[in-house]
Ligand binder design. Sequence first.
Ligand code: PEP
Length: 257
Amino acid sequence: MRRKIAAGNWKMNTTLNEGKELIENMLSKLDENPPKQNADELLVIFGTPFITIESGMQLVSGNPMVKMAAQNCYSEEKGAYTGEISVSMIKSTGAEYVIIGHSERREYFHESHEMLAKKVDLALKHDLKPIFCCGEKLEIREKNTHFNLVKRQIEESLFHLGAEDFKNIVIAYEPVWAIGTGVTASPEQAQEMHAFIRNLLAERYGPKVASDTSILYGGSVSAKNAAELFANPDVDGGLVGGASLKADDFVTIINSF
Ligand code: PEP
């Protein structure tokens, strides 16, 4: 059975103290307003800046439903890569997840399919679960080639994995035109792409792996639209940017399943 997931991507926001306060605030709001699901059914993931992960771990350690994620990792194991963070460094903080292939990394840091495949391999080797992002820009959707593009993104960076490894992958479909724009994909558009992705996974790995993989939607998910997005059979939750920085909104999103 796949899990529902509400994952926050804080991006380059919050100082150390602001980050700790935000996590404390969210955890106390979750205590006041607990989700009806248990930790086998629902996960909450905070994708914070690197500097916040360790203190975040101390704050969330008593709550089995809440995990920490890094927003990126480097594509080499260790060495002379000034300023980069390796998967083993992330793992040493206690984080369990790492976001890989976010469209901002693909766009501003020119991350290729090959580089993302290397990051995925390293993450799995060090027992970190990738939240692998895919999704098309507006011009691709307007040309009606978005299914081909998402297929290519998934095939090129993930389909070299065997089924056992693939079980540790979470996919986030994030249409680039919906990220940070306030324009959300309609529930029908999200469901259509998620069903397409699940079908791809079924062709490659069989129906069981496809059915067990959580596929998240990302792109202007808010406290207002989360419930209607999450109500779709193939939408297993959200990767949330802006709204994950507001405790009330994120807790409403978590309680939208
Ligand atoms: C994101 O950063 O992955 C994202 C979906 O951002 P937002 O929710 O702000 O659109």
